[in-house]
Design a protein around this ligand. Structure first.
Ligand code: ATP
Length: 239
């Protein structure tokens, strides 16, 4: 399109003490795409998302729509439109489904749009609609994942960052989450997906990057990943 990238990560470094977890990661994510970051346990995928959300200190530059996010607080980053579903989901366990969803809208003051987004989330995930008053901790893993995505949507994201959204979930629930992601992306949401089991990312992503020990080893369109011998051997058909 010739426009500047939506989300631009340039020479990102993260250290945990002496451990160099990200060693100069650079990536551009375009508006409206699904971008998958795959790689083994410990490669740095979560660290990368944590850096974008400003949950960890980093060196390098992260820009969104041309704005440098380095000095933005985690809350400001949500308000900028970048919303993160962590691997742990971080639900409020003793709050109901409905209350958890409302927590996602805590930084918004556009009440009518919040109401409309609530109905949108309940349409997207009928299982949540049926369980509005149920406590989050009593839901299944898959339902909790839907709730985490629903709560993120209540923050009105432009970019949704998902860390391991289908890890450990039953296939039937993965299908529901598949459908939701397809719907959201078709409506224009940009999605940044991190996954160890790359099946889901390979199925959905327009472009992918392979991260290993803090370094991007390969990046490109999904079909190049599908055809790559190394990816085939290391990441497909092993799970
Ligand atoms: P996973 O899928 O298991 O989350 P990952 O690719 O997301 O893996 P990270 O969790 O980002 O990998 O971890 C990258 C590296 O940084 C690993 O070597 C990990 O042990 C280390 N690391 C992550 N968080 C911390 C921390 N808080 N303190 C020290 N080291 C950490």
């Amino acid at each position: 399109s010739g426009s500047q990238p939506h989300l631009e990560i340039d020479d990102l470094h993260v250290y945990y003490g002496k451990a160099h977890a990200l060693k100069g990661v650079s990536l551009s994510i375009d508006e409206g795409e699904i971008f998958g970051v795959i790689g083994p346990n410990g490669a740095g995928k979560t660290t990368m998302l944590n850096a974008i959300a400003n949950f960890v200190d980093y060196e390098g530059t992260i820009r969104y729509g041309g704005t440098d996010l380095t000095s933005h607080s985690p809350r400001e980053i949500v308000q900028d439109g970048l919303v993160y579903c962590t691997e742990d989901r971080d639900l409020f366990p003793f709050f109901s489904v409905h209350e958890n969803l409302l927590m996602g809208a805590q930084f918004r003051d556009d009440d009518d749009a919040v109401q409309a987004d609530l109905e949108m989330v309940y349409d997207l995930f009928p299982k949540l609609d049926q369980r509005r008053e149920q406590e989050a901790e009593t839901m299944s893993g898959g339902e909790q994942q839907m709730l985490a995505i629903g709560r993120a949507l209540m923050s009105d994201p432009d970019v949704l960052m998902l860390d391991e959204p289908t890890l450990g979930l039953a296939p039937i629930i993965i299908e529901d989450i598949n459908d939701a992601i397809e719907t959201l992306n078709a409506e224009g949401l940009t999605i940044l997906l991190a996954e160890q089991n790359s099946t889901f990312a390979l199925r959905h992503a327009d472009r992918l990057a392979l991260l290993e020990t803090g370094t991007i080893e390969l990046s490109g369109p999904a079909d190049e990943f599908q055809d790559n011998d190394y990816i085939q051997e290391a990441y497909i058909g092993i799970h």
